[in-house]
Design a protein around this ligand. Structure first.
Ligand code: IFM
Length: 454
């Protein structure tokens, strides 16, 4: 039934074993960058530097969830999701990011209110502790290239767990460390905008240590479910040429295995070919591979590569042949079969070391108007979500355990360097007024959840 919004009875039966969620992230939805004692993060610096964001938007006010969280909770309750995955802004809690700073009560109060509203509405909070908004003061001392940042992260996590640990039982530690390291530190496409190529890779080690540190703290506070949210992409060679296969193997190494291997096996893949040495100390790999309850898996698209022998990197990304594309164009192809293939391969590769998978993000942007006068019919998004959910069901039927599925995103929001030009929401947001208007995909997701719960 791929390409329609209907599911077969078998697929619905399989999906009934999943928990459903929708996700957002603090910097992308909150706005209010200068309110409530909030400090500055690398994303404030990035958006305030002209030319970094495609439409020059600054994420403020954006969806303005800082003032409109009650509306968001109402939308979540209307969807019938089991959970809401949101992130906590480090700089609302420790505004200057520094050691010994007293946690900011106004910031903690904001998230406590959100959590209480969610619980009152019957939606379980799933909080992400790091979704890219590193305090600027820490970037000034090396950011994720500096091991000290791990300790500062631990202090922030402790402050959050002290306040929310009695009510939030489901946590993601870090989100998409590959994006931070590769796009943020290696290529400069995202904050902090550094262009260090392979020299950026120690930032991977420190983020993974931050994950292990947070997991340990959260467990001490009685957390029931802890995991990291790792982004993956199935890497495809453009042709059968040896150079394309070699390029695909390198990108698979640095985009996928560089994260999954240490988390699940307690060791890095062989990085000698890249000339990279990770700054590993005694006990690091045990901390990184501390057993987790879930493996958060963010998936959007496969990546097709061509071998390059005279560029700064040994590969370049090219369009995936014969694939439809999302609003991002040729480098965001739609190939749900690659989600299934990747997950089945993970099951084989990591075996009993792989905890239950939760799809912690999946979704797509398509061109949509900034202002809508009536609900948007986003049939392409519905088809995308449908086909990826079928792929998830096929994965489960093939014997790989997947416990949950999360749509990115509840709301249209600030899509990082693309500003407001890419809309991912089940709910349209007018960025001038903050008005929320559910799209057809909102109703479709609501009906799916209702039918698998019936
Ligand atoms: O918007 C982002 C999100 O912050 C992290 N994962 C991918 C999404 C779409 O690009």
């Amino acid at each position: 039934m791929a390409g329609t919004s209907e599911f077969s009875p078998q697929t619905l039966q399989t999906l009934s074993g999943l928990r459903f969620s929708a996700a957002t992230a603090a910097f992308q939805i909150e706005g209010a960058r200068t309110l409530g004692g909030r400090g500055r993060s690398i994303w404030d610096d990035f958006v305030d530097d002209p030319g970094n964001v495609l439409d020059s938007s600054t994420a403020d006010p954006g969806p303005d969830s800082y003032h409109r969280s009650a509306e968001d909770v109402e939308l979540l309750a209307g969807l019938g999701v089991d959970r809401y995955r949101f992130s906590i802004s480090w700089v609302r809690i420790i505004p200057d990011g520094k050691q010994g700073t007293k946690p900011n009560a106004v910031g903690l109060d904001y998230y406590e209110r959100l959590v209480d509203e969610l619980l009152a509405a019957g939606v379980r909070p799933e909080a992400t502790l790091y979704h890219w908004d590193l305090p600027s003061s820490l970037e000034a001392t090396g950011g994720w290239l500096n091991r000290d940042t791990v300790h500062r992260f631990g202090e922030y996590v402790e402050a959050v767990a002290n306040r929310l640990g009695d009510r939030v039982h489901h946590w993601y530690t870090i989100n998409e460390p590959a994006s931070t390291s590769l796009q943020g530190y290696a290529l400069g496409e995202l904050a902090p905008g550094r262009t260090m190529l392979f020299d950026a890779l120690p930032s991977v080690h420190h983020q993974l240590l931050a994950h292990g540190t947070a997991a340990t703290i959260l467990r001490e506070h009685g957390a029931q479910q802890v995991g990291a949210a790792i982004n993956h992409s199935l890497i495809l060679p453009e042709t059968d040429a040896e150079a394309d296969h070699a390029a695909a193997a390198i990108l698979d190494l640095i985009y996928n295995r560089l994260f999954a291997d240490p988390l699940l096996l307690g060791e890095y893949p062989d990085l000698d070919a890249l000339g990279v040495q990770m700054p590993i100390y005694d006990g690091d790999m045990e901390l990184i591979s501390t057993p987790c309850d879930v493996y958060g898996f963010n998936y959007y698209n496969p990546t097709t590569v061509r071998g390059v022998d005279d560029g700064p990197l040994p590969f370049e990304m090219v369009p995936t042949p014969q694939a439809a594309t999302t609003g991002f164009g040729p480098l965001w192809p739609i190939r749900p079969d690659t989600l299934r293939d990747f997950l089945i391969d993970m099951g084989t590769r990591y075996g009993v070391r792989l905890p239950p998978i939760v799809i912690s993000e999946n979704g797509a942007s398509f061109p949509e108007p900034e202002i809508c006068t009536e609900p948007i019919r986003d049939d392409e998004r519905i088809a995308y979500l449908h086909d990826h959910l079928v792929a998830v069901a096929e994965t489960v039927d093939a014997g790989v355990r997947v416990d949950g599925y999360t749509v990115w995103s509840l709301l249209d929001n600030f899509e990082w360097a693309h500003g407001y030009t890419q809309r991912f929401g089940l709910v349209h947001v007018n960025m001038e007024t903050g008005q929320r208007t559910p799209k057809s995909s909102y109703e479709w997701y609501r009906d799916l959840i209702a039918s698998v719960r019936a």
